[in-house]
Design a protein around this ligand. Structure first.
Ligand code: KG4
Ligand code: ZN
Length: 401
């Protein structure tokens, strides 16, 4: 089965094509192509993602990205064995013309859409994320579905981050690989700009996966805390990579922060997180330092970045261990943009070693948002039912539909 994945939940416009098949050793997958167009630089001057701009950019980027994806996917997909439908349904056309004029005008000019590629299924992110941005991907999927007569499967973005860790994205294009085997119950720690969640995963007799959110943040997500801390230190968005670079420099130079930051809720006997207090502690530390010397020294920034990263690592590690103890997890899955952080990856690997259980982390270049994970989640979806697609900004993993 060949699946086209579409991801537009935030500031990455991403498309991917994968092929899956069943074998004796499990589900096999090959990556045909995966493209990501990041808008991070555009949003950087706003200090975060600006939803209307994200929506407009997705509308402009999807068609050129699809053309590149199909052109780069070899001749196999180009085999045409179906007739495209001549007309897009009037209601869909009106909706897109009204809500996504950029998308509509690029679709109208895309003559390559007349060739029907050999794709069996389209998977699109339905939520969580920024609703205006999600709608662009959904409308795009609906258009392709109607002109190519291909079914669309809605995908939960967070499920994408989970299954994205089961594939080795570094395996060269077109090579078959077996997906990593998960022993259940499993625990997933999802850490991104919008989420900090601990999820218990079990498998039902039907083969369907059952997700239960067993812990989450009460306020800011961990990625948000990285981004806000970076902003306070005068670093650009997204801040995570800049903080971890400063922290690595501090480590190399033996620099520590004179200020100790809190480890929020580390001793609370539950699986909840809170990162807004940590961000406020950084704010006070920066404010006090500016009162002494208006120009923050590099040593101060390095030390504080290191202390901040330490606080995050200790907090996430403590809760992850508690979650393993509570669920008797047999596999750990880490997902979300923050899992690109090398020190966090090391800490989580150590925990898995300590418990002698398997750990799956996303290949570094797909730890952020991408469509490969969406295509894979769509391929693994065994429900296969079709229903109207609705962008849901706060879509939960444990909500069945
Ligand atoms: O999953 P993702 O790409 O988008 C969301 O769904 O939110 O995650 C983005 C988040 C941002 O907050 C970014 O600062 C953070 O991931 N991030 C990092 C690192 N790389 C990206 N945080 C810490 N260390 C990193 N190396
Ligand atoms: Zn994400």
């Amino acid at each position: 089965m060949i699946i086209l994945g579409i991801e537009t939940s935030c500031d990455e416009t991403a498309l991917a094509l994968i092929e899956t098949r069943n074998s004796n050793s499990g589900i096999e997958c090959r990556i045909i192509s995966s493209l990501i167009h990041s808008q991070a630089e555009l949003h950087s001057k706003y200090g975060g993602v600006f939803p209307t701009l994200a929506k407009r950019e997705h509308g402009k980027n999807l068609i050129p990205l699809l053309e590149n994806l199909l052109n780069g996917s070899g001749d196999r997909l180009k085999t045409i064995n179906r007739q495209p439908s001549v007309e897009i349904p009037e209601t869909l056309k009106n909706e897109i013309q009204k809500n996504n004029p950029d998308l509509w005008s690029s679709i109208s000019n895309a003559s390559f859409l007349k060739d029907v590629p050999l794709i069996d299924r389209i998977a699109v992110t339905e939520g969580p994320g920024l609703e205006p941005a999600l709608w662009v991907g959904i409308n795009f999927a609906q258009i392709l579905s109607s002109i190519w007569s291909i079914p669309v499967i809605p995908v939960n973005h967070m499920e994408g981050h989970i299954v994205g860790s089961l594939i080795d994205a570094d395996v060269s294009n077109n090579e078959w690989q077996t997906l990593k085997t998960v022993s259940y119950p499993a625990v997933a720690l999802l850490i991104s700009g919008g989420h900090t969640e601990l999820v218990k995963i079990e498998i039902e007799q039907t083969g369907e996966l059952k997700y239960e959110i067993i812990g989450q943040t009460r306020d800011d997500a961990v990625g948000e805390a990285f981004d806000k801390t970076a902003r306070l230190l005068g670093l650009p968005y997204p801040g995570g990579p800049h903080i971890s670079k400063l922290s690595a420099d501090a480590k190399e130079k033996g620099i520590f922060s004179p200020i100790k930051l809190p480890r929020p809720m580390i001793h609370s006997h539950n699986l909840e997180f809170s990162f807004s207090g940590l961000k406020t502690a950084v704010l006070y530390a920066v404010r006090d330092q500016i009162a002494l010397d208006p120009k923050l020294s590099e040593d101060f920034k390095m030390g504080l970045a290191r202390e901040f990263e330490d606080a995050v690592i200790e907090t996430l590690s403590a809760k992850l261990k508690m979650a393993i103890d509570e669920t008797y997890a047999r596999t750990l899955i880490i997902g979300g943009g923050v899992s690109a952080n090398l020190r966090l990856r090391e800490a989580f690997e150590q925990i898995a070693n300590q418990y002698n259980i398997a750990i799956y982390l996303p290949s570094q270049h797909i730890s952020g948002d991408n469509a490969l994970m969406i295509a894979l989640a769509g391929a693994l979806d065994i429900k296969k039912h079709s229903r109207p697609l609705i962008a849901d900004g706060t879509k939960r993993l444990d909500y069945r539909n």
